[in-house]
Design a protein. Structure first.
Length: 247
């Protein structure tokens, strides 16, 4: 390659990267639409909302560059597509742990969404206490001249897990990954407290749901016939229990 070729090549590569990042934007839009439809429909049908909050982001060029250098990933469309699986990210915050799996099942059940990888850090938390459910999915994006399968990382967590993760993230960066022991210990303890908060909140929620269901479907009043039958049965069993006269 002569030095004269460089600007054209550079232009082509920049354009290629720009197009690639655009497809990630579309991938995120597709997943966001799916999540928002689930949220609205679920709220409508079940009168309840398992999704508290949804957000998305495309990794900044600086973060892509830093990760590519750290993990020795070639800065080419092929390299990024196959080895950097979190360029497009969607984060779903749910009210309760059960909701996380419920939303997961609803997403995974969609036929145009392919799960490439699942990491369950709720069932298997990281040693520092990190909990979340991670899905790496592939979603088709229909472009003018082709269909592109775009990889999107979906993170599902509860409000408590999200609160914990954002504080941990801040501390991790503040100390460049080398936080003092007393802080990592305190974070681990906070993660345990967050988990027990999730458990308690879900238990209370279940109890309220049960009470509401009972109020909506009260037990039917016994009919007169039922009451006569019950009175006869009670009298009969009472005489047996008290050793009454035998026939
Ligand atoms: P990365 O190279 O960071 O993408 O890690 P990975 O590809 O091995 O995947 P992993 O499942 O460990 O992490 C993916 C993403 O989950 C990270 O980019 C964070 O957003 C989040 N995450 C994972 N571990 C932690 C953690 O210990 N603390 C916080 N706050 N977030 C985490
Ligand atoms: Mg990652």
């Amino acid at each position: 390659m002569t030095s004269l070729d460089l600007p054209t090549d550079l232009h082509a590569r920049t354009e290629e990267l720009r197009r690639l990042l655009m497809t990630y934007r579309f991938g995120v839009d597709e997943v966001m639409t799916k999540v928002n439809i689930l949220r609205d429909e679920f709220r409508h049908v079940h009168d309840y909302n398992p999704i508290e909050h949804v957000s998305s982001r495309i990794k900044s060029f600086d973060s892509i560059l830093a990760k590519a250098r750290r993990k020795r990933i070639p800065l080419t469309p092929q390299g990024l597509r196959s080895q950097m699986l979190d360029i497009a990210g969607v984060r779903i915050t749910c009210s309760f742990v059960t909701d996380i799996y419920r939303v997961r099942d609803m997403l995974v059940g969609q036929r145009d969404l392919v799960v490439l990888e699942e990491r369950d850090y709720i069932a298997h938390p990281k040693p520092n206490g990190y909990k979340s459910l991670h899905l790496i999915v592939q979603v088709p994006v229909f472009l003018s001249d082709r269909v592109e399968d775009v990889v999107v990382e979906i993170q599902l967590r509860t409000i408590a897990m999200d609160f914990w993760a954002s504080l941990e993230h801040k501390i991790f960066y503040k100390y460049g990954g080398e936080a003092p022991r007393h802080l990592t210990d305190a974070l681990k303890l906070a993660a345990d407290v967050a988990s027990s908060l999730d458990t308690s909140m879900e238990r209370i929620h279940d109890e309220v749901q049960e009470l509401e269901a009972r109020r909506e479907h009260p037990e039917p009043e016994p009919s007169q016939e039922d009451e006569i039958l019950v009175a006869l049965l009670r009298a009969a069993t009472a005489s047996v229990a008290h050793g009454g006269p035998r026939s």
